[in-house]
Design a protein around this ligand. Structure first.
Ligand code: ATP
Ligand code: MG
Length: 439
């Protein structure tokens, strides 16, 4: 079958031509071929070649020896980077994860045979001709996920393939052939050989896909969640298992899970999943640290969960309790930060009803208060520490930051205007009370 080359592939043709003119073979491989066959947007364009890494290095003035031991050279062209990898075969695998040895070879067939799934084992030649010895295209058209070769062996060689399988089943709306699914369930315990960083990367891709719920259902059904290298906290695992029982009977659209299509930001999706599963902040924190989330990501997600925990018990606001609700919301915005508060507003609208979904009128009310909040950070407060010190004529001490936080809350909630004189007068009063409390 001949395909019309995609623009991203056409841009890489000069690299392929250089390799071919020097007497080597060069083809497009991997995810870009799969996505091109499906007519989906393509990500990185990867090239496989019969040239050795040294031969590739010698042909291109601008290249980086990214992973020479695996045969990968990154070629830079017009500001774009392309991974050019020598055809290779993999000797016996060690530790259910990595081949003990990589052997460079001259034939494309064997290189394709080492790949994980038939849909990832296709190549496109310079002419646009699809080379597909494993029948990947047919499997894709039939929405089938199939391993190259015996699934049981392939999962035992490299346990990462099991979680990749789950991701592809979800993101590409596939169904596994029965032998793949049987083998995956049989070997699920081998996932403990996979580094947590890799698990994070796969889960991230699952949540980033168009239909994250699908991958999560497959993940739950696979049994893989019980076999992380660093086991999930017992309470988190039992919450997931409970959700899994509920998911089993559901047809996707009835899933007791957040509607993630409405959340374009990946970390909002993570927060939404944790909240849908009724994880506490502590449980989510341990899972994120196990998965090696960066501090920045886990602080943001924790702040969103914190907003939820502090707001949700209040129920939906009614006419009578508007003032306390506004006060509580103001405190939440000031401590969690505006960005986490805005994210929570978006997420809470999408949660399942039993996990405290926020109604549209409540969300609109909280959002309007947020818009109108006169100050949300100390920077926006109309007075600074020096002015407060001077006015109160009191030596600096821990009281100062306490006073500034209290002033911010007063300004943000409208107890006083965000104006210098009013704030200083307010600080004076408050300071008197504070001091008399001390005596
Ligand atoms: P995506 O880039 O969308 O995550 P991909 O299939 O391109 O998906 P990569 O990790 O970029 O994934 O790998 C490129 C190719 O390398 C794959 O298409 C597959 O052919 C092969 N591959 C990747 N990981 C494995 C593995 N663990 N075992 C066997 N082959 C693999
Ligand atoms: Mg890729």
């Amino acid at each position: 079958m001949r395909l019309r080359l995609r623009d991203e592939m056409i841009a890489a043709l000069p690299i392929m031509e250089t390799l071919e003119e020097a007497g080597h073979e060069a083809v497009f491989v991997g995810g870009a071929v799969r996505d091109a066959v499906l007519g989906l947007p393509i990500q990185d364009v990867d090239i496989a070649t019969s040239a050795t890494p040294e031969e590739t290095l010698a042909l291109f003035p601008k290249c980086i020896p990214t992973g020479l031991q695996h045969g990968t050279v990154t070629v830079v062209q017009h500001g774009m980077t392309y991974e050019v990898t020598t055809y290779r075969a993999e000797a016996a695998y060690v530790g259910h994860r990595k081949p003990s040895e990589v052997v460079f070879i001259k034939g494309l067939d064997e290189d394709l045979l080492r790949r994980d799934f038939t849909m990832n084992a296709m190549a496109i030649q310079l002419s646009g001709e699809l080379y597909d010895p494993c029948g990947g295209e047919g499997d894709l058209r039939a929405s089938r996920l199939r391993c190259v070769g015996d699934p049981s062996l392939r999962f035992q060689e490299d346990a990462l393939r099991m979680i990749r399988a789950v991701r592809f089943l979800g993101a590409y709306r596939l169904a596994p052939v029965p032998s793949l699914w049987r083998s995956l369930k049989r070997h699920a315990a081998l996932l403990r050989h996979v580094a947590m960083e890799r698990v994070q990367a796969e889960l991230d891709k699952m949540l980033g896909s168009d239909v994250p719920e699908r991958a999560l259902i497959w993940l739950a059904a696979s049994g893989l969640l019980s076999h992380w290298k660093e086991p999930l906290p017992g309470s988190a695992l039992s919450k997931m298992n409970q959700a899994m029982e509920e998911w089993k009977g559901s047809a996707g659209d009835e899933l007791q899970l957040t509607d993630m299509a409405q959340l374009p930001v990946k970390d909002e999706r993570w927060a939404a999943v944790f909240l849908s599963l009724a994880f506490t902040g502590e449980e989510a924190g341990s899972v994120m640290s196990q998965l090696r989330f960066s501090n920045k990501r886990s602080m943001f997600i924790s702040a969103v969960i914190d907003c939820h925990e502090r707001m949700i018990d209040r129920g939906q606001p009614t006419r009578n309790d508007v003032a306390p609700l506004k006060r509580a919301w103001t405190e939440v915005v000031l401590t969690a930060g505006e960005s986490a508060a805005r994210s929570w507003l978006r997420i809470a609208r999408t949660l399942p009803h039993n996990q405290g979904r926020l109604t549209q009128p409540s969300a609109a009310l909280l959002a309007s208060w947020l818009e109108d909040m006169p100050a949300k950070t100390l920077k926006e407060l109309a007075v600074g520490g020096a002015e407060v010190l001077q006015r109160l004529n009191r030596p600096a001490g821990p009281w100062l930051s306490k006073t500034l936080s209290r002033l911010l809350l007063a300004a943000a909630s409208g107890e006083t205007a965000n104006e210098k004189d009013k704030l200083l007068a307010w600080a004076e009063n408050w300071n008197e009370e504070d001091r008399s409390d001390e005596h």
